[in-house]
Write a protein that binds this ligand. Structure first.
Ligand SMILES: Cc1cc2nc3c(=O)[nH]c(=O)nc-3n(C[C@H](O)[C@H](O)[C@H](O)COP(=O)(O)OP(=O)(O)OC[C@H]3O[C@@H](n4cnc5c(N)ncnc54)[C@H](O)[C@@H]3O)c2cc1C
Length: 324
């Protein structure tokens, strides 16, 4: 397999002035696809150049947004479009979050090309097309697809790829790109923006997730404690969110968030299809349930038959002991 011979553009995100972990992952993936350059599109006037260079961006394009916010999808998409027109890349990669998916769709419409979102992997085939892996139908099918017309636009799910720094990294060159934003893009202004304080990675980006179900009987404290010990995010089943034991944003499943962490720990979760639809792509599944017949054990790599109020404290104590 040889790589693409043109630049791969990666639309990167920043949080609190720093490159986000999912953006570092997508830059890492981009390096495996091209023999040409990896270039980043930063939708912030002050990109995190050190991190962008570390993960392989050789050039960083900074579109001029004229004071408008890239939170407005039309602004972001037109800004990326201006960079695409200037660089004629082989592909555009984005992070498959809410914003990335909408930007991907808008770009595809503007360029009359195809977009694949929720990708879990991308490879260059022998004939030079990009083969994109993604799961469909609630995680029950693994598919490989390709964009058959125009510039491939691919949004990659967080945690699908391990971010690896580039040993030969240099500080990337910064290229300012003027953008002539349309009146439609200018029609919306963000008047205020409040980032939710969070000490942990957001659920969809977390490498480890501890999930509480009906079996925790309303008490998420042990789930929280275990998550804290291993630096995991906290998730829940719909029963737990419907009961009001935890916020709805923590719900994983068909009508909640889809996750693909390296480690999923389910505590008092039965493994109903509506829930597993959102976590099927987890690499390692650990289940704690007092019913040995619970369906979740069928997909568990490690199953513990026991009461969450007994198993979780033991796990937490052992982790603390190991950490000294
Ligand atoms: C259209 C639709 C959409 C849905 N979308 C979602 C969704 O997005 N996400 C979602 O999660 N659900 C969703 N559901 C609901 C889903 O079908 C299940 O009802 C739900 O996932 C079950 O949650 P649970 O595993 O917490 O509860 P249960 O199925 O009641 O399982 C609780 C488990 O805990 C175990 N347990 C009980 N006490 C203990 C204890 N002390 N220690 C250890 N184990 C214990 C039990 O053995 C049991 O296996 C949806 C349903 C519908 C109809």
């Amino acid at each position: 397999m040889t790589g693409l011979d043109k630049t791969v553009l990666v639309v990167v995100d920043h949080s609190g002035g720093a490159l986000t972990a999912p953006s570092a992952e997508v830059l890492t993936l981009a390096r495996t696809l091209t023999d040409g350059a990896v270039a980043a599109v930063a939708l912030t006037p002050e990109p995190d150049l050190a991190a962008l260079g570390r993960y392989g961006a050789q050039e960083v394009y900074v579109p001029g947004l004229g004071g408008l916010s890239a939170d407005v999808a039309a602004v972001a998409a037109e800004a990326v479009l201006a960079v695409v027109e200037r660089t004629d890349p082989a592909a555009v990669l984005l992070v498959s979050g809410f914003a990335g998916k909408e930007r991907a769709a808008r770009l595809a419409v503007a360029l009359a090309s195809g977009a694949v979102v929720d990708a879990t992997g991308v490879e260059v085939t022998d004939d030079g097309t990009l083969a994109v892996a993604k799961t469909v139908l609630q995680g029950t099918w693994a598919t490989t697809c390709a964009v058959t017309r125009g510039l491939p636009i691919i949004a990659v799910k967080p945690t699908s790829v391990e971010a690896v720094a580039d040993d030969d990294a240099a500080t990337p060159a910064v290229v300012d790109v003027p953008v002539d934003l349309s009146s439609a893009a200018r029609a919306v202004r963000v008047v205020s923006r409040t980032e939710h304080p969070r000490g942990r990675a957001p659920l969809s980006e977390a490498k480890a997730v501890v999930v509480g179900g009906r079996g925790v009987e309303g008490d998420f404290s042990l789930v929280e404690e275990l998550a804290e010990e291993i630096g995991a995010a906290v998730g829940a089943t719909r029963v737990a969110t419907d009961e009001g034991w935890i916020d709805h944003s923590a719900q994983i499943g068909q009508t909640g968030v889809t996750i693909a962490p390296r480690l999923y720990i389910g505590a008092g979760v039965s493994g109903a299809i509506h829930h597993t639809a959102g976590m099927q792509a987890a690499e390692v599944v650990v289940a704690i349930n007092n019913d040995p017949e619970a369906p979740i054990f069928e997909m568990a790599d490690l199953g513990i038959v026991g009461d969450v109020t007994e198993v979780l404290p033991q796990a937490i104590a052992e982790l603390r002991r190991l950490k000294g």
